[in-house]
Design a protein around this ligand. Sequence first.
Ligand SMILES: Cc1ncc(COP(=O)(O)O)c(C=O)c1O
Length: 390
Amino acid sequence: MVYNFDEQVRREHTDCFKYEGLMDLCGRTDVLPLWVADMDFRTPPFVMNAIARRMQQGILGYTCGMPSYKEAICRWVKRLHNMDVSPEMVSYVPGVVSGIFLALQTFTEKGDKVLIQQPVYHPFHLVPEATGRIVVQNALRRTADSFEMDFEALERDIQGCKLMVLCNPHNPAGICWSRETLQRVAAICAKAGAIVVSDEIHCDMVLPGHEHVPFATVSEEARRIAITLQAPSKTFNMPGIVCSHAIVFNDSLRRAYFTYIEGTDQDLGNVFAYDCARACYTDEGNEWRQQMLAYVQGNIDYLQQALSECCPKIRMIRPEASFLVFLDCRELGLTHPQLEDFFVNKARLALNSGAMFGTLGEGYMRLNVGCPRSTLQQAVKQLEEAYKEL
Ligand SMILES: Cc1ncc(COP(=O)(O)O)c(C=O)c1O
């Protein structure tokens, strides 16, 4: 089956965060929304069919995952990432952010230090802060075309931290961290006695020519200290279903974490969650995923070309995974508030401000290319017109 990613699906007035949140984000609603990290593509038909079948059964009662749910996850991670996982190593968690919260609750206490690497997805600091943990900001280092880890700084900053939250692949820069990088992270964290929560929600969206390396598989140390969080939600555009999972190899970490998850009833998905996950982790799901990624890659190519021709001072960090593009706008010579004003009030585009991801994100904006090409073309047109007026 050939899927149509050019289709425009209206989302206004549907309780859609990407639209309903515009006033709070931008102070106006007449802007093109290219922010929240879900896609504007129709959720695949096999997910919709799974929901329809469940509804036809007639009762929306309490639900638990059958063994086939965890077995589908095990087959999928073996197929895509060569990860050997058995069902007892897997737990449902409501969301990946919830999974981070549950790990903080299990393994740390109020006042404990938690390391994150900025610029990074904003809940990495919001969740520890909201729960009274102390966030240690370890800075990524800018390279000519992306970011890299600064191991000396990591070795220094991890001292006294109970836990590190790793973003692999990285949001917002779209980096697939290499095996060597992850091995060094594992060695540094193991030596410092820190657990690593590896957020791998973008791992099934690696773009052609790149590879996802699961943190837990890079060394014995990594396997011993890793909590891996994944989900079908981003890849198959169904985050509203709220269905993610954790994988833990180490017996004692797993016992502690899963006991907390089960004890607080966080292992109970909603009535559609398991059906949807099972429907995605199939041959049909893989086919849709590959077509979607080919389309997203086309959008990235188009955006890169258009920016270099029309807005050469805005430089794209080309993502190796996923549909989020981090734009380096520092050459425009604007302060960060002026940059935000430029995008919202001149270009009439709603992007995520780089400042959300930490102070090192200032001068950057994050653009979501998980949309029909025509939406992106409209965005480029608006950006080009505003750019000319600068
Ligand atoms: C790195 C990362 N982690 C987690 C999430 C959200 O995951 P969930 O909706 O499962 O909590 C996102 C969404 O953008 C993300 O980019």
